[in-house]
Design a protein around this ligand. Structure first.
Ligand SMILES: [Zn+2]
Length: 338
């Protein structure tokens, strides 16, 4: 039998909770800084963005990196690098969050500001997809603690652009849950759904189980993090009954101080209870992890066997927004992967 690392590498798997901006490595930040900053950052200065000890520090570092994304070419560059990183881990499909609000900020909120950026992103996706053999969908992500009009605009742009770019499959809500829950977005979620967009939502990452209930109550179809569900037995039953897909991000939760260590993450308990859990890396460049290493840690820290890792991979395909025929193809490949 070969090593667990190469088994994981070969296992076809999907990454469903990944922020484009969170895949940008310090070296690329320096490259972007040379394009845009009067005094370009040194590698050391760029690396400082990735040193944080709590959730607030993480948000600040994330913002400093994202601020260096200005032109369509910048976005194309980081999308291509991200897809190369995914392919190297044996990821066959990814659904990636884009912080669309940042684009408005840079373009002084001009109408159609996102169009040239997204055109470049999707061209990069198409090129890398053909070259590397993985599929990728986009999720337009709004920042929940910004004014609600901005989320409205992000979701309206998703609905408008989706007509031309079917690779936009869903909308999401990220940002600081401690400041805003899900309720203010109820009508926006209903509207997005009426345009054929799927609904994802970060919930229960820095907040209690009631935030997850609130997210479900506005029609959320896939929950990001769901860390605090472990504290509510009835909620766990509901998540199981309805087989609500959960996008878990253990290393992210540890690095932002929400969870003590990998062994203490509820991944194992959710899995054993029959919940539809998936493993994800969230912001790999910031958390010093990637999807393959999350699988490896699940094996090392929580005793996931090869068969159980296969189930996690199958879950990631089932929880994806891929059409049924493609899901079937990958599920068969996972079953036969050795
Ligand atoms: Zn996230």
């Amino acid at each position: 039998m070969d090593s667990i690392e190469s088994f994981i590498r070969r296992l076809p798997k999907a990454e469903l909770h990944l922020h484009l901006e969170g895949t940008i490595r310090p070296e690329t930040v320096v490259e972007l800084s040379r394009r845009h900053d009067k005094e370009p950052l040194t590698l050391e200065q760029a690396q400082a963005f990735y040193n944080f000890t709590d959730f607030t520090g993480f948000i600040m570092g994330f913002r400093s990196v994202t601020e260096r994304l200005v032109t369509p070419e910048d976005y194309a560059l980081v999308a291509t690098r991200m897809m190369e990183q995914l392919a190297a881990q044996g990821v066959v499909h990814a659904e990636v969050y884009i912080s669309v609000g940042v684009i408005y900020l840079w373009r002084n909120h001009a109408e159609g500001a996102v169009d040239p950026i997204f055109a470049a992103l999707d061209k990069a996706r198409e090129e890398a997809s053909a070259r590397l053999g993985l599929s990728l969908y986009w999720i337009f992500d709004a920042v929940r603690h910004f004014p609600p009009e901005q989320a409205e605009r992000v979701f309206a742009d998703a609905a408008r652009l989706r007509k031309k770019y079917p690779s936009i499959v869903a909308i999401g809500l990220g940002g600081d849950e401690r400041r805003t829950g899900s309720e203010p977005f109820r009508a926006m979620f209903a509207d997005a759904a009426s345009h054929g967009l799927k609904l994802t939502n970060h919930a229960g990452e820095t907040t209690g189980p009631e935030a997850i209930r609130e997210a479900l109550s506005i029609g959320t179809e896939r929950i990001g993090h769901a860390l605090s569900a472990i504290r509510d037995f009835h909620l766990l039953s509901e998540l199981k009954e309805r087989q609500i897909p959960l996008e878990l991000n253990p290393t992210s939760n540890i690095r932002t101080g929400q969870c003590a260590n990998f062994a203490a993450h509820p991944l194992r308990q959710y899995f054993d209870a029959g919940l539809l859990v998936t493993l994800n890396s969230d912001d790999p460049a910031f958390f010093g992890s990637d999807l393959a290493s999350e699988y490896l840690l699940a094996h090392q820290q929580q005793g996931f066997t090869r068969d159980e890792l296969r189930t996690l991979a199958s879950n990631s395909i089932k929880a994806s927004f891929l059409p049924e025929a493609e899901q079937k193809h990958w599920l068969e490949r996972i079953r036969s992967s050795m």
